[in-house]
Ligand binder design. Structure first.
Ligand code: NI
Length: 178
């Protein structure tokens, strides 16, 4: 039994998610929700998933994958669970890159993202953590944390000529077969 992924336009995805309180961290009920989130990440073969994408109104993000057919050329990312994540850019440099989203199925677009960021968050035990990430991992974290603020990737795009269905875009006619 897996929760459905909510699609762009649904009210639960279009406004900011609630912060997780200190008291909630480590509780059985929160850990059960996080288990569901991780199960959905793997079931839907995402590279990352925000809790509000499966209807959980909490600021939690999970990222991680070994090999992903939708991003065949990108390095793997270890499974990381982030509670109340907060991003600080480490550079002003932005890089354009193609993104897709489980909440925007079938579509891809070019989105500018900071090349390197620091992400501060709480782990499952409530300990404060911080990781520095660049390039694809930084992109994934920015994409997922945007969901917690009610932002889906098309809302970040600057050139709608670089937006379309992945089975029609020349950039993906080969990649999708890998
Ligand atoms: Ni997404």
């Amino acid at each position: 039994m897996f929760r459905d992924v909510i699609k762009m336009g649904h009210p639960k995805l279009m406004h900011p998610a609630q912060a997780v309180s200190d008291d909630e961290i480590g509780t059985e009920s929160l850990n059960t929700l996080i288990d569901e989130l991780v199960s959905c990440l793997h079931h839907y073969k995402g590279v990352g998933l925000a809790a509000n994408q499966i209807g959980i109104d909490k600021r939690i993000v999970v990222i991680g994958f070994d090999k992903n057919l939708r991003y065949p050329n990108e390095p793997s990312i270890p499974l990381t669970i982030m509670i109340n994540p907060c991003i600080t850019p480490l550079t002003n440099t932005e890089i354009d890159g193609w993104e897709g989203c489980l909440s925007v199925p079938g579509l891809r677009g070019v989105v500018p993202r900071y090349q390197s960021i620091r992400c501060s968050y709480r782990n499952l035990q409530g300990e404060p953590m911080a990781i520095d990430a660049e390039n694809f991992m930084a992109r994934v974290i920015q994409h997922e944390c945007d969901h917690l603020d009610g932002i889906c990737f098309p809302m970040r795009m600057r050139d709608m000529n670089q937006f379309g269905f992945e089975d029609s875009l020349p950039e993906f006619s080969n990649a999708s077969q890998v």
